[in-house]
Design a binder for this molecule. Structure first.
Ligand code: SF4
Length: 235
């Protein structure tokens, strides 16, 4: 099983070369980005980041801001009032409890307002190079289809994946499956464009390429390139 997992991850890493959309900046910038991206398109978050970090360049500056001041910098995205409140609480806690430094363990990170296991795992991997697996709906769906896990919830998927994916490859799981789930292994999967179809256990593969396959693939490339440009300019 380990061999198949590593082989699959290698093939997907070749297909999806760019880092995760929120793998940005220092730990402070990283945790802010991941928190803002909950239920929001990455593009929208990446677009507002330069403005946000000009206003609040450090966690101390963010802690000093009022929720209203934070809201004005993020009001283009969903749930911005709640997110502003969480950011304020997060910054205050980091300053008062952690001496202004983003904590480096999952247990500590999840004590910050608005930070759940998924957010914490992304930060652990991206900022601290600590093995962790952030499971969202994409990671959950694709790993079930591949036959790696047989689980009903993302939480169960995370537990199962932590056991079967070797440490050096844990980082890659979220990186590649979020993109694969967004562009190829979608609800009606584009198995015809999938580099790991021979390693996949899904029973209802969709192997017939549509007439506009070329246009679909081109659109994916363009969207990925655009996202990468935004990511590079975010901080
Ligand atoms: S073969 Fe199809 S179902 Fe399996 S991972 Fe690829 S796109 Fe998803």
């Amino acid at each position: 099983m380990h061999t198949d997992i590593i082989h699959t991850l290698k093939l997907l890493k070749k297909r999806w070369k760019n880092p995760g959309a929120m793998e940005i900046g220092n730990p402070y910038q990283n945790v802010v980005g991941v928190l803002l991206s909950a239920r929001t398109r990455d593009e929208q978050v990446l677009k507002l980041m330069p403005r946000f970090f000009r206003a609040f360049p450090t966690v101390q500056k963010l802690a000093e801001a009022t929720p209203k001041q934070i809201e004005t910098k993020i009001n283009t995205i969903g749930m911005y009032r709640q997110k502003a409140k969480n950011l304020k609480g997060l910054a205050e806690r980091v300053v008062s409890v952690y001496d202004g430094t983003i904590p480096r363990t999952l247990e500590e990170l999840i004590t910050l307002p608005g930070v759940g296991r998924k957010t914490a795992s992304v930060v652990l991997v991206a900022s601290f190079n600590t093995p962790a697996i952030a499971v969202d709906t994409h990671v959950h769906r694709v790993t079930n289809r591949l036959g790696w896990v047989k689980t009903k919830t993302p939480e169960k998927t995370e537990q199962a994946l932590l056991k079967i994916v070797p440490d050096p490859w844990k980082k890659t799981v979220n990186q590649v499956f979020v993109k694969h789930g967004r562009y190829v292994c979608i609800q009606k999967p584009r198995c015809w464009a999938c580099p790991v179809k021979d390693l996949c256990a899904f029973q209802k593969k969709n192997l017939e390429a549509p007439k506009n396959a070329h246009a679909i693939l081109e659109d994916i490339e363009q969207r990925e390139a655009f996202l990468e440009t935004l990511r590079e300019d975010a901080v």
